[in-house]
Write a protein that binds this ligand. Structure first.
Ligand SMILES: [Zn+2]
Length: 300
């Protein structure tokens, strides 16, 4: 298993397409082979070293079949380089930089990056717990609309765990259609554990929710100061979006919130990300192109 964020180590480990295919083989059949057509667990050699031929039905399966790598046209070494760059850089990389660094067209880098982002979905048991501060924010749009209007902007509910020592734990960025109470309730139930102690501001939707959800405490306070850490995290997310991905249009915002959340919640485990992303790409089925175009990983 490659655990590293050092580019020289990476280049030593992966020098040819063959190195990459062998690595994928070690992931896909790590727990033994099982034919994806008939389930048989015995195989012969396939037509290439990264194929397995089923002993029972004869299906000759490539390591990339039924995985996110299916249909990826670029050489596997370049694909690996892209995954490495996306996962080893602290803030990630725009598709323009990615294309230049790896030597593929930006369009190619863009599509590949979508495939990577599509596997960065939240684990089902990954709900926030403990002290959780919640607020909502608007992203993008250039309207003069003020306040909580979602007309030209995308709305997010941001939740942050506050650890006993005051530091930030995990965060979640959940897309919402509006700031109505039932919409926020759905987002809270989806991302925050029922056992969490939730703190929000005095916005009327939260006041309404606090009447039915006993774990919500309303913070009546002087602006901002009450939930400083939360607001700092919202600013950091917006800076990241603007700084690293200034070409991200709002229709792809979902992909970027997923990437940010994935990255942020694993910020102390950066060395394992390359392998984790490859695992996800090998164990998830490919997403249709139209899905990637309007990627909404939060609703899968
Ligand atoms: Zn079979």
């Amino acid at each position: 298993m490659f655990k590293g964020i050092n580019a020289i180590e990476f280049s030593k480990r992966f020098q040819t397409n063959k190195d990459c295919y062998e690595y994928l083989v070690s992931i896909k059949w790590a727990n033994g082979y099982a034919c994806s057509k008939c389930g048989c667990t015995e195989s012969h050699k396939g037509r290439m070293f990264y194929y397995r031929r089923c002993k029972k039905c004869g299906y000759d399966e490539s390591v990339t079949a039924n995985t996110v790598f299916h249909g990826v046209k670029i050489p596997m070494l370049k694909a690996f380089h892209m995954v490495f760059r996306i996962t080893s850089k602290k803030k990630g990389m725009s598709t323009i930089e990615l294309g230049t660094e790896v030597g593929v067209q930006q369009k190619t880098a863009w599509l590949f990056k979508r495939k990577v982002q599509a596997v960065l979905n939240r684990d089902k048991n990954e709900k926030l717990n403990g002290d959780v501060h919640i607020d909502e924010t608007l992203i993008g749009g250039f309207s003069s609309a003020v306040g909580r209007s979602t007309e030209t902007k995308e709305a997010l509910m941001v939740a942050v765990e506050i650890l006993p020592d005051g530091r930030t734990g995990n965060l979640s960025l959940e897309h919402i259609e509006s700031f109505k109470a039932d919409e926020l309730k759905f987002a809270i139930k989806k991302t925050v554990s029922n056992d969490a102690a939730i703190k929000t501001d005095a916005y009327h939707s939260y006041k309404k929710l606090a009447k039915e959800m006993s774990n919500i405490t309303i913070q009546y306070s002087q602006k901002g100061s009450a939930m400083e850490e939360l607001h700092k995290q919202i600013m950091q997310f917006k800076n990241w979006l603007r700084g690293t991905h200034h070409h991200c249009s709002s229709e792809y915002l979902f992909a970027y919130t997923a990437e940010y959340e994935y990255r942020f919640n694993r910020r102390n485990r950066r060395k394992g990300l390359f392998n984790d992303v490859l695992q996800r790409m090998i164990h998830q089925i490919p997403h249709p192109y139209n899905y990637l175009k309007t990627l909404c990983v939060y609703n899968t």
